[in-house]
Design a protein around this ligand. Structure first.
Ligand SMILES: [Zn+2]
Length: 251
């Protein structure tokens, strides 16, 4: 009995000693998740270079910070179906051109793009496709789901620090994508918040991508200060999608 017990203890000890720590699982075995690859040359000088995983990780972080959902990330130019419709083909071409010209126009007066028209015409799809393409080029984008974002900002309106932090997310973004601008019932507070965001970006020549059901005239009628700034920033890039045949949900 005592021998058995001794043998048991001995086995436990042996297993314990021989058990290596579990192998670390690296996401990138090449650089062991450090982001650098080190190389020592024949003179013993060590140099480091960025691992290729670094750019991929940065792009993923950018995508996460953008607030664009996984579902929306699937909306690309390649899977935007223009279905031979001239309006949609034109919209797609304009959207692609916007991405191509982005670097040249970023800090200029007319550096933004507006998609307006009925629900289901593909406004959000094209806006999101632009965001994805810009991020692929290393341009950070922040997505603003208009209704939700304004509601959240309003909830913090009495706490100046939190309010400014919330607002700052949208004013400071390199590119801001406002989806479904002015959707729903509108209060004076909503207008003030949107004015703060749009005016800041207008004054600093910071690009905005907009999708909205409102026509340019509607935008002006709702609030001239916001509407006129947006329309000016989007000059040459105001894309109207109108007509029953455009609703892919019905076709
Ligand atoms: Zn790596």
């Amino acid at each position: 009995m005592a021998d058995e017990w001794e043998a048991f203890l001995e086995r436990i000890r042996r297993e314990h000693l021989s058990s290596d720590p579990p192998p670390i699982q690296y996401e990138c075995p090449k650089c062991r998740d450090t982001g650098f690859i080190y190389h020592t040359d024949e003179n013993g000088h060590e140099t480091a270079r960025r691992c290729e995983c670094f750019a991929i990780r940065q792009a993923n972080d950018m995508m996460k910070r953008s607030g664009i959902s996984a579902e929306f990330q699937k909306k690309t130019f390649d899977n935007f179906a223009a279905r031979g419709n001239p309006q949609l083909l034109n919209a797609k071409t304009k959207a692609r051109q916007y991405v191509e010209n982005f670097v040249q126009t970023e800090h200029e007066r007319y550096n933004s793009i507006l998609f307006t028209g009925q629900p289901g015409a593909g406004k959000t799809h094209l806006g999101t496709a632009i965001c994805g393409a810009l991020m692929k080029n290393g341009v950070a984008v922040i997505y603003m789901a208009y209704r939700n974002a304004v509601t959240k900002i309003k909830q913090n309106i009495i706490d100046e620090v939190v309010y400014n932090r919330e607002l700052n997310r949208y004013t400071s973004a390199r590119v801001l994508y406002i989806d479904d601008l002015l959707k729903g019932r509108l209060t004076d507070t909503d207008i003030n918040i949107m004015y703060d965001i749009v005016n800041y970006r207008y004054m600093n020549n910071m690009p905005i991508i907009v999708s909205t059901e409102k026509s340019p005239n509607d935008l002006l009628a709702f609030d001239e200060a916001i509407g006129s700034r947006l329309i000016e920033m989007c000059r040459g890039n105001i894309i109207q999608l109108q007509g029953k045949e455009l609703n892919y949900r019905l076709s």
